[in-house]
Structures are given as C-alpha cells and as structure tokens.
Design a protein around this ligand. Sequence first.
Ligand SMILES: C[S@@+](CC[C@H](N)C(=O)[O-])C[C@H]1O[C@@H](n2cnc3c(N)ncnc32)[C@H](O)[C@@H]1O
Length: 425
Amino acid sequence: MSVPGAPKVRTCVGDCLDVLHDMEPESVDLAYVDPPFFTQKIHRLNTRDGSATFSFRDIWGSDHSYSDFIYQRIRRTRTVLKSSGSLFFHCDKAASHIIRLLLDSIFGPEQFRSEIIWSFRRWSNAKKGLLPAHQTIFFYSKTDNFKFNTFYQEYSPSTNIDQIMQKRIRDSRNKTVYARNEKGEVVGNGIKKGVPLSDVWEIPFLNPKAKERVGFPTQKPVLLMKRIVELVTDEGDWILDPFCGSGTTLVTSKLLNRNSIGIDISEEAVELTKRRLEAPLFTESPLAQRGRESYRRHESYAATYLFGVAYTPVHRNTGIDGLLKEEVAGLPVFVRVQREGESVSQAVSALRKAARNKGDCRLVVIATHADLFDSGRFADVDVIPSTAFALNEYIKKRRPSTQRPPRTGDEGLISRGQKPNSKGA
Ligand SMILES: C[S@@+](CC[C@H](N)C(=O)[O-])C[C@H]1O[C@@H](n2cnc3c(N)ncnc32)[C@H](O)[C@@H]1O
C-alpha cells in the first residue's frame, strides 16, 4: 500500500499505560516494546558534545513489582493491536525468563512466533564469566492471521548446489533423500530465493562514533528497527513504541514511510525524539558492508563477469559458477564463466559435466576471450560473450590496420592474460 503524503508521527509525554487507555483499540500494526530491562540501575549518558545528559531509572522493589508494571502495559498494548498486528518485546538476561511467561499469559503461548537473538560484538575488560553479546526480542502475533513479509538471506559459502536445487523427500525409513525421476536423475525444486531469514540477527551495536548516536542510554540501532519494521508492516501502516526513549522506532518508521506513535514518561526523551525526527539519520553498518565485500571477494573471478546479474553464487562446485535467480522457459539456468587459459569448449565440457545429474536445466557459458570461441558447435549450451570480450572485439574490428593495439589492461577491461584484481571489482 502506498501512502499519500508524508508519514504521520505522534509523540506523547506520559506513562504509556495512561496514553494507551486513550488510544483506539485495534489501531496499530506493530508495537515495538523496549522498556527498562530490570537491571536495577540508573542508566545515564552524555551527548557527544557534553551539552546534555539523558537518564532513566530501572530500579525495582522486586521482580513482582517489575512484572506487574510490564503486565499491565502489555495487556493494554495488545488491545490497541489490530488482529493482523504483532508485538516485538526487547529484553535481556535480566528478565527474559519473566517476560516470556508474561507474554504467553497475555497473548497465549500459541501466538508465540520467535525468540530473536540480536547478536553483536562487544569489547570489554575481561571478567569472570562469559561476555554478554546478545539481547532477546520476543515476537508474538495477536492472531494466526498476522502480517508477515518473508525475507531471505544468501546461502552460506558451504552450501553446495545440490542443497540449493534439489527436491527432497522422505524415503521408506523416513530419512531425507534427494528425489529422483524414473531415469535415476535428481529432480529439481525450482529456483529458491535463498534461506529464509533466521532468528539470529547479527547487527552491530551502535559504536560511540556512529552518526545516528544521540547520547541516549540504551539507544537501539536504526538497522535493527528497520528489520523488525519491514518484517511485519507495509508502507502506510501504524507503528507504536510505548517506551520510545530517543525515538529510534519513530525515526525508522519515518525513513520507511510508516506512520508512528511514540510515548515516553520523560519529557526530555520526547523532545530528543522530536529533534531526531527533523533530520532522521541512519548509519550504514560497516560490518554489513564488510560482509558484502568479503562475500564479493569469495565469488572473485565469476563475480567480475556476472556483476549486475541476479544469480546465486555456487560454491564448492568446480564446473558451475552460478544459478540464475530466474528460470528461463521453466528451467533453472546454470552459468559458467570461461577461465583464463580455458577454451570455450573446455568451459562447455566442464559445465556439462557438472550439470549432468542436475535434471532438466539450461546451460550458459560466458566467453571471456576470443581465440577458441565458436558458439556454433554447442547446440545444448548457450555461449554468450562477456561485455569486456564483446567490447574488445568491437574495438579490434574498427581499429585501422596500421594502428598498434594498446597494452592489455590500459583500457580498464579484462582481457586474456590479465587477472581480475583481488577484490573482484
Ligand atoms: C530502554 S529505553 C528505550 C530506548 C529506545 N528504544 C531508544 O532506541 O532510544 C526505555 C525508556 O522507557 C521510558 N519509560 C520508563 N517508564 C515508562 C512508562 N511508564 N511509560 C513510558 N515510558 C517509560 C524511559 O524514560 C526510557 O526512555
């Protein structure tokens, strides 16, 4: 659904219990709840320039008083959720055991969807015991008919092509095996988009120099909120944060074209939220970027030639470099990039051999150099010249016979005998 105009944002100062009572029932699509965690501390932090200090109190008489506080507010939060809505409750080891039981009693255990582990790296002085490096986010839906947008993550480099492609069935002993047709060939299962997103999320903690950091204690990263928001809402939906602190949920909602309501008992927190909303900032994760880079490096040579193509890299297979994300004429397409020192016929043979037991499919070789290129000989394999190859041929054809060719590589193109650089770029 697209939203006409800018997303709407409402902020309120007060105890969220009172504000929630005044809200219309069944009016929000997502509630993200990030309350005090039962740490028995006062959380305090200065802004980077030292001009302000933000704090909130997280000290309780007993675990009963904490659970009663949470219970009342979450019961009311459930009321304002639409029947297709979801709640994400953020907590850590201090009270996760209490929260899970409370949420079960409010939503019903059957509405429990996931226990998300937000995992991050932390540098800290050694102390006796394990370094805490995760927090927990409980995901509950109001009903079975909840909104959910499926996301996929790439296969890990250790996944082989058979795991990606082949249909699996259970044999007579109830063991999972690859399905085969009457000729004994394995049967494909269509193109898969990747692995469905798991419940362990590696998203970096905000580092002290992150642009989006505003000096609020326990401020959450926009990147984390982005994932939650995109998972269970669409543009134009309403998102509620009853403990909004510095307003990360509202900033994320605005950036993603969702409407939002933020409540906090601290007037200073709500003022800070309003200021953040004037110029919403989002820090691209260097870790996510590094991850993508190392992934690209892993694909190396083939990636140089397949850049811009929607494909799944195939690791651990010497004959196939990639599987196109889209089928062609109802068949999966395997691709091999012709290697340096390899003729097109050798590339074709290697690809044919690798695809022999993969069932019905189409095969494509990307020819990267000219000398042995002869597409006419391969009825079962399509041979497509790479851009660099085609362009070099184009230049060659139009070069006056008296002109000497420049040294290979000067043109920024990859030609025979020139290795792509180590970044695969
Ligand atoms: C863990 S912080 C939220 C941090 C926030 N997610 C962010 O990214 O900045 C918890 C917040 O709950 C607020 N709070 C505590 N009791 C409250 C209540 N009864 N109603 C509303 N807000 C409350 C605190 O003032 C604090 O800002």
